[in-house]
Design a protein around this ligand. Structure first.
Ligand SMILES: CC(C)(COP(=O)(O)OP(=O)(O)OC[C@H]1O[C@@H](n2cnc3c(N)ncnc32)[C@H](O)[C@@H]1OP(=O)(O)O)[C@@H](O)C(=O)NCCC(=O)NCCS
Length: 148
């Protein structure tokens, strides 16, 4: 059975998942230090993670979302997104943001997210190495938002 919950602090940080969504350990550690990590578990095995950070009193952001390859296309990503949204809503947040690359935009649009801006050259300016997704070097970050 799949259980989604706040990631237990006594467990090792699931870098194998977090670095799949964001290859910069420096950035992952920065977000872990100020965010809340949720995990989807099959028994004790982490099948997916979702990291939530907060910009102000009304806006939260899913800054990292990853599902273990063998568990993909089983709705775990969608369940993690809605778990994070429900938590943020309960805590009084009004908006959820996501920053992503062009090829995952459709995935988030299906979960109700809408385009609101492009951060030109984000991946070039914020990473010390080229970030490659599906064989393409990423340049711009697409920012999406959803009313909670
Ligand atoms: C993106 C990711 C989290 C999706 O998780 P998942 O649990 O496999 O997704 P779900 O099962 O919830 O959703 C599957 C649906 O999304 C679609 N989908 C999956 N990845 C997609 C992508 N990159 N672009 C568009 N659609 C995608 C599937 O085709 C499927 O569509 P359907 O519902 O119409 O059948 C997962 O592929 C992953 O971990 N990728 C690597 C890390 C990553 O890129 N994270 C996002 C960074 S912003």
């Amino acid at each position: 059975m799949l259980i989604i919950k706040q990631y237990p602090q006594e467990l090792e940080i699931p870098y194998h998942l977090l670095l799949d969504a964001d290859p910069s350990k420096k950035l992952v550690d920065k977000y872990l230090a100020c965010g809340i990590l949720f995990g989807a578990f099959y028994d004790k095995e982490p099948a997916g993670v979702c990291l939530l950070i907060f910009h102000n009193n009304i806006t939260a952001e899913i800054i990292n979302l990853a599902v273990l390859e063998k568990y993909r296309n089983k709705n775990i990503g969608k369940l993690l997104i809605s778990f994070a949204e429900n938590q943020a809503r309960l805590w009084g947040f009004k908006y959820m943001e996501i920053g992503t690359s062009e090829n995952i935009v459709k995935y988030y649009e299906k979960q109700g997210y809408k385009y609101y801006k492009t951060k030109k050259n984000f991946f070039i300016e914020n990473y010390e190495f080229p970030v490659i997704d599906n064989g393409i070097i990423l340049k711009d970050m697409i920012r999406l938002i959803k009313n909670l």
